[in-house]
Design a protein around this ligand. Sequence first.
Ligand code: COA
Ligand code: ZN
Length: 316
Amino acid sequence: MKLPARVTVCEVGSRDGFQIEPDFIPTELKVEVVDLLSYAGVPRIEVTSFVHPKVVPQLRDAETVMAKIRRRPGTRYAALVPNDKGAVRAVDAGVDVIHTVLSASESHNLANVNMTIAESLEKLRAVMQVAGRAGVPVGCGISTSFGCPFEGEVPVEQLERVVGALVDMGAHAIGIADTTGMANPRQVARVFERLVPRFPGVEWTLHTHDTRAMAIPNILAAMEYGVTNIDSSIGGLGGCPFAPGASGNVCSEDLVHCLHAMGVETGIDLDRLLAVSRRVQEIVGRALPGQIVKAGKSDRRYPLPDGVAARLPRAG
Ligand code: COA
Ligand code: ZN
């Protein structure tokens, strides 16, 4: 396999995860989770979103969360915005990076942000202006890049048009998102095989959901095409409230365990990350989909069953 030496993980659990939790997570617990994640050495955190508080009431405390987190040098704190109003709020709250959202499919864009793709692109142009004046970098995410829960498979040409429109307005960091876990590894490979040479200079991110258990295989496929920025979510929280059937993101600690097992560096302390996952399970009051929290790391060893030690053939 042709794998990069290092991958930059962006934790999105406090945004993609907490936005779809049935109960409002109290502000101080959100702050605690973000601070535990930075303590674990997570280099990028999408902390929250600056969207309409009636549309996503779970994140209506975005300003307070941003104000209360302890900024760890070495962690870059981002927030998601759909429009310039959100960008102004994010800049005022002191984010390091703005992440924007629009979809590759018209139906999901309307369901999610109440705009056609063309209308969204106009809003994102205004976001870029707000961010540019404030000196805040922007990363542009594209939801339903591979498949849409309303329209089905999204043709790569359609995705490419949206990427092209973003690049034309000055985007140089683009996130390709599989919002409802419809992509498969061969499709991911085909998409990056096409996009990477067509848009040189773009820094790519892959955002996956494990709805159909293809998230890690999809990430490996993207890594083979040089994608080194990967979104993931602690415990495997996550899901879009405006995409029926959406479920959790790829689980951060499972992804980091997999990367470390292959010798790919992340700079993250996996034991601390596992502790965050256990704390998040307490907070949401249920077991989360992560596997490593249950199974332990692959270097876990068990005592031999009775009588086995005496019968082991001696080496040499
Ligand atoms: N933050 C707070 N308020 C906002 C806002 C933002 N980012 N954007 C718009 N508003 C307010 C406007 O000021 C206006 O307020 P008013 O009625 O008091 O004048 C009101 O919302 C309506 O504005 P409009 O531009 O018509 O918005 P809308 O009702 O069409 O909603 C979005 C559009 C994008 C704001 C809304 O659909 C949204 O927040 N979507 C986010 C969805 C999401 O987070 N999905 C999950 C992540 S992928
Ligand atoms: Zn998502």
